[in-house]
Design a protein around this ligand. Structure first.
Ligand SMILES: Nc1ncnc2c1ncn2[C@@H]1O[C@H](COP(=O)(O)OP(=O)(O)OP(=O)(O)O)[C@@H](O)[C@H]1O
Ligand SMILES: [Mg+2]
Length: 324
């Protein structure tokens, strides 16, 4: 991360432009089975696991019926998240494979469509080597269809296989750089997790800016009632840049430890000894600064995280040469 980012961030902060947190703001989360941030004000907002009587089926029917959506020839379903189904398709004009994201039908009301349009515009304005660019977004038969370059796999899938520490550290800095760029533009991602990091030739790209908002609220993605990668204050309906810092810290911790820490996120998290054997103390402290439950003790945003990562590069280099 270059100092230029930090300087630019200061300027942007000075102007106090509005922060984009989309619909992930203001809605406390509750879970079936496991509650999180439970309190008198918490409202229930769950979608539950995928239900074949609801939108997803209709979304699938839409695709099965169409087979071809505009210039795209749908080939197969890749995955279904809480908010959309993702298909592999061929762009018959450009001749390249794409990932088509089609929100479930319950997210396709006119009000939601208007919201998506705004969010898609915001997502389309992002231009960074570690952010997955939108290829195209169109409305077909009042269904919104968003196309992205097709990646090799998500980080979640990749983490099922062994990853070297060198690669984890490279991915950690790619993630932090992408987030720092977004934060500099006053955008909070709100849903940083391995499923939203897509690998292209071993290079990470963060996806689901804007269009992840509704999904982040419903928490149906995990389907397991776990809080996943969401920061405590975000679960209480108050996301901030620090919430993204927390989620990114968890993703990095997960890559090193092989397991994601769970609520109540007490320090030391599980498998800290394993993490300490792989990285210098300076990096462990960096993770700790990212993972405080009290958001005021965390890095204020990913720009601060990126600067801290820069400062510990010499320690990482020494550690790499000498070993633990
Ligand atoms: N551009 C892409 N290239 C390849 N695979 C992708 C791409 N975009 C998404 N995927 C795959 O589709 C999966 C589902 O994505 P999706 O964003 O719909 O769900 P999610 O991130 O798991 O949950 P959520 O609904 O909370 O966003 C991802 O985990 C990834 O495996
Ligand atoms: Mg996603």
């Amino acid at each position: 991360m270059t100092a230029a980012v930090a300087v630019a961030a200061k300027t942007t902060t000075g102007n106090k432009p509005r922060v984009w947190a989309g619909a992930c703001e203001g809605t406390p989360l509750r879970f079936d089975g496991a509650s999180y941030g439970d309190g008198p004000t918490a409202r229930t907002r769950t979608l539950g696991p995928i239900d074949f009587t609801t939108g997803q089926v209709r979304s699938l029917q839409f695709v099965t019926m169409m087979r071809r959506i505009g210039k795209y020839r749908v080939q197969k379903k890749i995955a279904a998240g809480g908010f959309a189904t993702v298909y592999r398709a061929m762009d018959t004009v450009e001749g390249v494979p794409v990932a088509l994201k089609i929100p479930h039908v319950e997210f396709q009301s006119p009000a939601r469509l208007a919201e998506f349009r705004k969010e898609i515009r915001m997502a389309a304005s992002l231009d960074h080597p570690h952010i997955l660019p939108l290829k195209n977004a169109e409305v077909y038969d009042s269904q919104i269809v968003v196309a992205f370059r097709l990646g090799d796999e998500s980080l979640a899938e990749r983490l099922r296989r062994r990853v070297s520490t060198g690669k984890v550290l490279a991915w950690a800095s790619q993630l932090v750089e992408a987030l720092a760029y977004a934060h500099e533009k006053r955008i909070i991602h709100c849903d940083v997790k391995p499923e939203n990091l897509i690998l292209f030739d071993d290079v990470l790209r963060l996806t689901d800016f804007g269009i992840a908002r509704v999904a982040a609220q419903t928490m149906s993605a995990s389907g397991s009632g776990t809080v996943g990668y969401i920061a405590p204050e975000q679960a209480m309906g108050k996301p901030s840049f620090r919430s993204d810092v927390f989620s990114a810290g968890l993703v990095i911790y997960r890559m090193l430890a092989g397991e994601v820490p769970a609520w109540p996120f007490r320090w030391p998290p599980p498998r800290l000894a394993r993490v300490r054997s792989k990285v210098p103390l300076e990096f462990v402290n960096f993770l700790r600064r990212s993972l405080w439950v009290d958001h005021r003790k965390r890095f204020e945003d990913a720009v601060a995280m990126a600067n801290a990562l820069d400062r510990i590069q010499p320690a990482l280099e020494r550690f790499r040469k000498r070993g633990p």
